[in-house]
Design a protein around this ligand. Structure first.
Ligand code: AP5
Length: 225
């Protein structure tokens, strides 16, 4: 299963991507998470990416494409055990591709690895809900668990339910950066809807407004159970 999750910031791509990865037993390739990890570790790629992420801009395509190629080849190689990617179970792509050049590069990469795209899901959520979700997001830097003070508050304020770590707000969830991220989404990522609608895997739209489990059920129904 090679599945792309499209949607604006806060649509629930990360939340649903993790559930789908577990449901289909495939890895989730989340470029935002990979970049944040590179920033946290202070790698050359992280240093290159940080200013773009802080400003709510897209990180340049060559950085992203190098990153995705590395991870995908890694998963493809390890799943077949022989370096032959033909047996790969696929991946959930969360936050990638983000523009048409990235989508074209993904097509080429999948072909090169003898894989194909199975579905593109657009998680649709009204802007006022996105803004509320992002303002309430609190993440644990220790274990990666994501809480939300409005929808899924931790039992103890500021403390991760899973590991007891101190919850933090993402720097790019500041209101002015969220506005910028939404603008970048409309300009660069939304054109992918037409791109995929004209491809063998047209976009399947799912209402992402509602409880997490209900949204997951809608996505699985859209994928045919
Ligand atoms: P990235 O991390 O990908 O951010 P994003 O796309 O803006 O998406 P978010 O992570 O903010 O939201 P989400 O849709 O995953 O929602 P989530 O499940 O977390 O990218 C960050 C930056 O990295 C970019 O701005 C860019 O600079 C760079 N970047 C990344 N990929 C790139 C690429 N391919 N090319 C170039 N640059 C790239 O949910 C949000 C909150 O809502 C959480 O608190 C969650 O608990 C809550 N929530 C989720 N679902 C529900 C629900 N159904 N009901 C109630 N609350 C919910």
């Amino acid at each position: 299963m090679n599945l792309i999750l499209l949607g604006p910031p806060g649509a629930g791509k990360g939340t649903q991507g993790a559930l789908l990865a577990s449901h289909f037993d495939v890895p989730r390739i989340a470029t935002g998470d990979l970049l944040r990890e590179a920033v946290r570790r202070g790698t050359p790629m992280g240093q290159k990416a940080q200013s773009y992420m802080d400003a709510g801009e897209l990180v340049p395509d060559p950085v992203i494409l190098g990153l995705v190629r590395e991870v995908l080849e890694d998963h493809a190689g390890s799943s077949s055990g022989s370096g032959d990617s033909g047996d790969s179970p696929g991946a959930i792509f969360d936050g990638f591709p983000r523009n048409i050049p990235q989508a074209e590069a993904l097509d080429e990469l999948l072909e090169e690895l003898n894989m194909s795209l199975d579905a593109v899901i657009l998680v649709d959520v009204p802007d006022d809900v996105l803004v509320k979700r992002l303002s309430g997001r609190r993440s644990c830097p220790e274990c990666g668990k994501v809480h939300n003070i409005h929808y899924d508050p931790p039992s103890e304020e500021g403390v991760c339910d899973r590991c007891g770590g101190t919850l933090v707000e993402r720097a790019d969830d500041a209101p002015e950066t969220v506005r910028k991220r939404l603008t970048v989404y409309r300009q660069s990522t939304e054109p992918l809807i037409e791109f995929y609608d004209d491809s063998p895997t047209p976009v399947r739209r799912v209402d992402g407004d509602g409880p997490v489990k209900i949204v997951q059920k809608r996505i699985l129904e859209e994928l045919g159970g």
